[in-house]
Design a protein around this ligand. Structure first.
Ligand code: MG
Ligand code: ZN
Length: 359
């Protein structure tokens, strides 16, 4: 009898429990924060990018954008910015003095896109054709009073939130005068350094590619497809994760061609950057949830595509200065939130336009 009761009780419990099992509800597809790709042509003004229409083999990738704006790039202390203040104003929401990296005009540390987005679960990557410690990439992770402090900047890279980077700059990480071995420090922080590339990225690891002692070679000196190829590698690594990502890609040497007043140097770097924009756009179009913003930090060289001695059918690229200029700089945007980039505004507004989309 007793056994019987226990059996009945058991049946009741089991049937009650089974009634209580909820059917798994269909999960609402939660929209992921958009990926963000920011591409900076250092020294890329309107004439520089116009050169992709006259000297490129195929069609310029800039033709593929239809949301276009302009930024004023003046710094906090000068009508004409340098690349440190220019990049700081893109990476953070403030103007600063020429030479400053990641500090505002009062030398107070200002949060960068890499830092803010990492905190809200983004993976991050930086690519440049300069040293990774050079002004433009540095402004995304470092905070120093002067851009020349590249040894300090390298140490801050080791402790940064960056998950993937590719650029030059070995000499700031190894064989340093202070004896510090930052290559070992990178490994200690979970970086795989100068790995041979394959498609099997380990998302528990970070990846560092330091591929030249200082800046990468110029295109004219054999750099090849480093920038478009590593941009694709970074995309492959970042999309292997479920997290959204932020990536900054710099065509660093458009500026160096301008300072040298060397049109062949400038145009070859510009065409390489255009090709890299094509890689990022192909991905953004396919992905459908990636905001791509392409701009310059300032113009270099007062570069123009003038008529050669009155011959309106022949372009003669000319320079008016070995320095930067104050010309407004075009901004191209594609993807979610791209229309926020229309209009004429300050370079320091880019940060908030990006952050509006990332939450
Ligand atoms: Mg630069
Ligand atoms: Zn410059």
């Amino acid at each position: 009898m007793r056994k019987h009761l226990i059996f009945i009780a058991l049946v009741i419990v089991v049937s009650f429990a089974s009634c209580n099992i909820k059917k798994p509800e269909k999960k609402l597809a939660q929209k992921k924060s958009p990926n963000i790709i920011l591409m900076i042509g250092d020294g890329m003004g309107l004439s520089e990018l116009s050169s992709t229409f006259y000297y490129g083999e195929g069609e310029s990738n800039f033709l593929r954008f239809d949301e276009i704006g302009f930024i004023n790039t003046s710094s906090a202390d000068s009508k004409i910015t340098d690349s440190a203040a220019g990049a700081t104003s893109l990476a953070s929401d403030t103007k600063t003095y020429n030479g400053a990296i990641g500090l505002d005009a009062d030398s107070i540390s200002t949060p960068t896109l890499v830092e803010v987005l990492s905190k809200i679960n983004y993976n991050t990557a930086l690519l440049a054709t300069s040293s990774i410690t050079h002004a433009t990439p540095a402004a995304f992770y470092a905070h120093v009073k002067n851009r020349n402090m590249q040894n300090e900047i390298a140490e801050q890279m080791v402790n940064s939130d960056i998950d993937f980077f590719a650029a030059g700059g070995l000499k700031f990480f190894q064989n340093r005068q202070d004896g510090k071995n930052l290559m070992a420090a990178l490994s200690d922080k979970g970086f795989v350094v100068n790995d041979t590339l394959n498609q099997n990225y380990n998302m528990d690891k970070k990846y560092a590619f330091l591929l030249a002692d200082d800046g990468m070679p110029a295109i004219l000196k054999g750099r090849g497809d480093f920038l478009p190829e590593y941009t694709q590698h970074a995309i492959d690594y970042l999309t292997a994760s479920d997290k959204p990502f932020f990536m900054m890609v710099e065509g660093s040497q458009i500026d160096w061609g301008g300072h040298d007043m060397n049109a062949d140097y400038l145009i070859s770097e510009m065409l390489d950057f255009d090709k890299t924009v094509g890689v990022a756009l192909d991905f953004a179009e396919k992905d459908g949830n990636t905001l791509l913003v392409v701009l310059g930090d300032h113009e270099t060289g007062g570069f123009t595509l003038g008529a050669d001695n009155g011959n309106y059918n022949k372009i003669k690229p000319v320079f008016s200065t070995t320095s930067h200029s104050a010309t407004l700089i075009p901004v191209f945007a594609y993807g979610p939130g791209a229309d926020n980039f229309k209009g004429i505004y300050q370079n320091s507004e880019i940060f908030n336009k990006i952050m509006m989309m990332a939450n």
